[in-house]
Every structure is written in C-alpha cells, then in structure tokens.
Design a protein around this ligand. Structure first.
Ligand code: ATP
Length: 650
C-alpha cells in the first residue's frame, strides 16, 4: 500500500491528482463545458414506464380543456340574453357547474402529475444506483464521490419537472389552444390574424432561447456536482482539516464552488426570465390589439359586443397553454441537461459486462483442484488505467478510462526500482507466487511495491494485463464474480466501518448470521468487550465511519465482519497505522484465530505480525524478489534482511 492517509485512500486517484494540481475544474477559469447531453428520445423510456397513468392524465386534461372552452361560449350567451332582457334560467348554474368541474379536474390532474413525477424520479434513482454500484472499481478511482452522490440526489429531481411543469399539461393545453383558435376563427378571422402574428413572434423567441436553457442547466447541475464533491471531501477529512488549521481555506474553496453553482443557476434564471415574460407580453400585446381593433369592428358593426367578449376570453385561453408550453420547453431542457449526467453513468458497462468473453479466453485448469494451491499468481503483469485529470475535471466523460498498453515485454524492461513510476506504467511486473491451502502467506515489501494491488486482482476488482491469477487452480476470470468473492473474505487496509450498528457491520457479508455466531466472532478477534460497553450490545451504534471505536477496534471489527461470512480464504491488508503494544498483541491473536482453519494471505507492515507465517513473499517495485520462511529470507534476500533489521527482528 502507498502511504496515504485513510481519507486519501477513500478518494479516487484523479481527485487526488486534481487537488495536487489546484483543486480541479471549477478553479481553472473559463474551461466549463456543458458535459454530457441527453436526447429527448432518452427521456421517453422514463415516461413510458408510466404510460397508463399518463394517458389517463391526458384524457383528464382534454376533458378539462373542453370544460374551459365551453365557458366563453356560455358567457357570450349570458351577455346576449342579458342584452335582450330575457331570463337567464339555468344558464348561470351551468356556468358555475363548469367552473367547479374544471377546477376539480385540474386539482386531481395536478396530484396525479406530481405523483407520476415522483415515480420518474424514483425509477431514475433506482437505475442510477443499481448501475453505479455495479460499475468497475476503476470507475470509482477516477470519479469524485460527491459528484456521483449529487447525480443521484439532485439531477434526478429535475426529471420530475418535465411532468409537473408542463409536458402532459401541454397536451391538454394544445387541445385548448386549437379549440380556442377555431372558435376565434369562427368569431372573427381578421382579429385572429392579428393575434397569430403577435403570438408567432413570441414562439420563435422561446424556441431560440430553449436550446440555451439546456446548456446552462447542464452546467448548473455540473457545478452542483462539484460543490457536492468539495463538501464530501471536507466532511470526510474534517478532523485532518481542523487539525491542519485549514478550515477557513476549505470553506473558501467550497464557497467558490457554491458561487459557481449560484452563477450557473443565475444563468438559467436569466434565460428563463426572458422566456416567462414572453408569454405575458404576447398576451398583453394581443389583448391591446384585439381591444383596439375589436372596438373599431364593434363600432362598424362587424362583430357584436358579446362576440368580442367571447373572442377576448378565447384569446386568454389560447395564450395560457402557450405559457404552459413555454414552461414545458424550459423544464424539458433542464431535465435533458440533468438526464445527460444520469445517462452518462447508466450508459457505462457494469463490472461484469464482458465476463462471458473474458471467461471464454480464460486458461483451463491443468491439474485437479485438490493438488492446486488456494491462490496462485502466474507471471502477472498489471497497470492501473489512466484517466486524464481534465476528464475528471469536466465531470468525467463517457469514454472508458484508457487501458494502458502493457505487454510482458514492456513490463519486464529493467527499471531502477527508485525510478519514478509514470501513470500507466505497470505496477506488477511478472509476479508469480502460490499461497498454499490452509497456510498463512505473508506479502511484505516497501510502500508502493504492489502488495494491495495483488489483493485487488484476487478479488477481481481489476484484471491482469497478462498472466493468470488462479483460485484452486481455476483462472479467476472464468468464475462468476459472486462465486469468487463468496469464497474470499477481504479486509481492506484501514477497512471502513460502516455507519450503523455493530450488528449491521457484521451481517454485511452474511445477513443470515445468528447472534451467537456474531458474538463468537467478536470474541475470536478480541472485541468481546465492546459488547459490554453499551447495553444495546450488538445493536450499539458505531458512529459515522466507526468513529465511536478506537483504531485497533475498527480494524478488528473489519476482520470480524469478514469472518462472519466464514470464507475459506481470507485476504488481510494490515493497517499501516501504528497500534499500541496491547492492541498489536490483540491484533496478532486475532490473526492467529483467523488463520487457524483457513488460507490466509496477509499484507504485513509490521514484520512481527508475519515472522511465523508459513510462507513470506517479498515484493519490490512490482516484482517478487524473494520468498520463503523468515529465517530463509533473512539469509537469502537483502531487502528482507534490511526490513527485518529496521524492525529489530534480527
Ligand atoms: N487505484 C489506483 N489507481 C492508480 N494507481 C494506483 C491505485 N492504487 C494504487 N496505485 C499505485 O500502484 C502502486 C502500488 O500500490 P499498492 O497500494 O499496491 O502498494 P502497496 O505495496 O500495497 O503499498 P503500501 O504498503 O503503502 O500500502 C503505487 O504506486 C500506487 O500509487
């Protein structure tokens, strides 16, 4: 493992790189692109999921439109009857009834739309989260956690607006619009001609502005992602930041991101502020034109007063849906901006996308499983994929991270072990070793030698560029990942304790585990006393990141979590953090208990943990430079001898 802090460990490589280069994109003035964009057709599947209810809402809005359209006709009749001095009879009641019915329809429709909007948000979140948690681990190396969280929390909510702010209502609005247009044509085609002229100008303006809304909205969402990433970074490292006296600097940096988000939000607001009054202005200008010209036409006897009133009411009805349509255009464009960010993740291949292909090319076992070591590495070469920081800086691109072109030849090129490794250079360069079944194998070597990477390849977080990793003689690439991982317990270096209770942590890998098993395992790793501390026992909370436990307890709880699943093979990446004598002793006893009946591969930073291992593999700069028992290695391997000397073991 590299000597990073635990908070660094949990943050992707490109973020670390971008921090080093000046804290990322928001700071590099001017280079903001609008990121991924979605097409309208990509939005449709989300709407089609609710097609039944949407059809029902459309029918309701057509009914509502009919009820609204009937009102001016009734009003016109009322005026004519009043003018002729006849009795109004039931006409007024009919009018009142119509107003009530259209109010009820619109209220119910509004509720259904909100509900369906929430449904769209829910399904987009489901798809996004399900894909996100199945992405290859390398994707998380290259993306910012806060930005991913913001896609789930914030971008998805913009999809709701498509429904609640118009798209479906616009369908009913279209009926009202067309109905009003026809009625106005019948009443007075000349007045209608003038009205259409005014309205056409406003429609063209809105269409031109709409495209800019989408771009501005996508930028705004991306800025919100930046903000979330910065906040996540500051909160996850809050202690380090406080201790370093960097709180105010972090606040300023976050404020910069918040201001960036605000600025983009203002851009959206400015464009929509242009769109919203366009409908109002269209209404006012057409109203004035109709009133002025209509007055003349009434005076000249071309139309009656009752018809002019009906025309004006229809005019309102025609303009109102236009406002809805403008709202729908704005909301849809905003949603498409957000959908681009959602689809970017959903469109990424999942971890197991190419598994069938890879499995077909995997090496077949040559000897029966029983005769094979539990884990074997055969001339394994591996390099981490590189992704330019700029990509991350634009919120990540949908391109796959470039896979480095590593060949066994390039990997075996003799290199000074002190030479600086460049991104994309192999981290493992022809590693071969075997971990025998039921034995304890230790991996030791300087920081950055590639020890944790080896465990990552066993778990298939990554696949080798060449060479084979075998489990019981079978190429791990030919096994379903679930099956592979079910046979292996993995305790990461500084393994995270999940916020929640002790029980929730223990049941992570085995939800069926009984309380007895959990308690036994806690005792096995010397954690029995945490149960006595809180009357809640297994249900005692551990705090965010296990903050209510000591460093040593957190490590042992992580081991206990792996043990509850009773894996035949356990990979243990010992923490680099120093433990006091008592804790180290407890840790050693825990490892002994763990090793008793299973294959254990342990990465040891303290040689004292591994001197009595059955087999020790010494790594340096991605190569195996020695293997054997402690006493053999002290004799045969200078690097091991030095390490042992440093740690006062010889
Ligand atoms: N996710 C990653 N993306 C890119 N490079 C990585 C990643 N993880 C590790 N590396 C690099 O690979 C090299 C080997 O790292 P690894 O963590 O395997 O070393 P290690 O021997 O376990 O170190 P340590 O003893 O400090 O934990 C290091 O140079 C490290 O910077």
């Amino acid at each position: 493992m590299t000597s990073t802090t635990s908070s660094d460990r949990s943050t992707p490589a490109t973020e670390r790189a971008s921090r080093a280069g000046g804290r990322g994109r928001g700071r590099r003035g001017g280079e903001i692109d609008e990121g991924p964009r979605a097409r309208f057709s990509e939005l449709l599947p989300y709407l089609f999921e609710h097609s039944r209810i949407l059809w029902f809402i459309i029918v309701l809005s057509i009914l509502g439109a009919g009820a609204s359209l009937a009102q001016p006709l009734l009003v016109s009749q009322v005026i004519s009857i009043v003018e002729s001095g006849d009795s109004l009879g039931t006409l007024v009641w009919g009018l009142i009834g119509l107003v009530v019915v259209s109010g009820l329809i619109s209220g119910y429709q509004h509720y259904l739309l909100q509900r369906t909007g929430e449904g769209v948000v829910l399904s987009s979140r489901r798809r996004l989260v399900s894909r996100m948690l199945h992405l290859p681990v390398s994707e998380f190396d290259a993306r910012r956690t806060g930005d991913l969280v913001s896609r789930v929390g914030s971008d998805t909510t913009l999809l709701r607006a498509v429904l609640t702010q118009g798209l479906v209502e616009a369908v009913g609005g279209a009926v009202t619009f067309v109905g009003a247009l026809i009625a106005m044509f019948i009443i007075d085609p000349v007045l209608l001609g003038l009205t259409v002229l005014v309205v056409a100008v406003s429609v063209v303006t809105v269409v031109l502005l709409a495209a800019r809304i989408r771009v501005a909205s996508a930028r705004a969402q991306k800025k919100v992602g930046d903000l979330a990433a910065s906040v996540e970074r500051a909160i996850s490292a809050v202690r380090t930041i406080r201790a370093a006296g960097a709180t105010d600097r972090e606040i300023r940096a976050i404020e910069e991101d918040a201001t960036g988000a605000w600025r983009m939000g203002i851009s959206v607001a400015k464009i929509s502020a242009l769109i919203v009054p366009v409908a109002g202005i269209a209404l006012q200008v057409s109203f004035l034109v109709v009133l002025g010209v209509g007055g003349f036409r009434v005076a000249s006897g071309s139309i009656t007063v009752a018809n002019l009133v009906a025309f004006i009411l229809f005019l309102f009805m025609m303009i109102m849906p236009l406002g809805q349509a403008f709202g729908a255009i704005t909301a849809t464009n905003q949603a498409l901006g957000a959908l681009g960010r959602i689809q970017e993740i959903i469109g990424l291949p999942s971890e197991d996308a190419n598994d069938a292909e890879i499995a077909a090319s995997a090496a077949a076992p040559k000897t029966p499983a029983e005769a094979q070591p539990a884990i074997a590495f055969d001339d394994v070469v591996f390099a981490y994929a590189t992704r330019p920081v700029a990509d991350d800086a634009t919120g990540g691109s949908s391109d796959r991270p470039p896979v480095p072109d590593v060949t066994p030849e390039s990997a075996s090129t003799e290199k000074d072990s002190t030479a600086k490794r460049m991104p994309g250079d192999p981290v493992l360069r022809g590693v071969s070793f075997a971990a025998e079944r039921g034995r304890r194998t230790a991996l030791v070597g300087p920081s950055g030698a590639g020890k944790s990477t080896i465990l990552g390849l066993i778990e298939r977080f990554y696949d080798p560029a060449s060479g084979v990793v075998r489990l019981d003689g079978v190429d791990v690439r030919s096994m379903p990942r679930d099956e592979l991982r079910a046979r292996i317990g993995y305790v990461e270096q500084d393994a995270p304790v999940l916020a929640g209770t002790i029980r929730e942590n223990l049941l992570l890998g085995n939800p069926e585990a009984t309380d007895e098993l959990c308690i036994d395992v806690l005792h096995a790793v010397n954690l029995g006393d945490v149960l006595d501390r809180d009357p809640a026992g297994l249900d005692a909370p551990v705090g965010e990141d296990g903050i209510m436990l000591s460093g040593g307890e957190r490590q042992r709880l992580s081991i206990a979590r792996a043990l509850v699943a009773a894996p035949p093979i356990l990979l243990l990446d010992e923490s680099t953090s120093s433990l006091d004598g008592v804790n180290e002793q407890k840790m050693r006893l825990a490892i002994d208990a763990v090793a008793a009946d299973r294959t254990l591969i342990v990465i040891a930073h303290r040689l004292s943990t591994v001197v009595d291992s059955d087999h020790i593999v010494v790594l340096e700069d991605g190569r195996v430079v020695g293997s054997g028992t402690h006493s053999e290695l002290v004799e045969s391997t200078p690097l091991y001898r030095d390490l042992a000397k440093h740690q006062l073991l010889v």
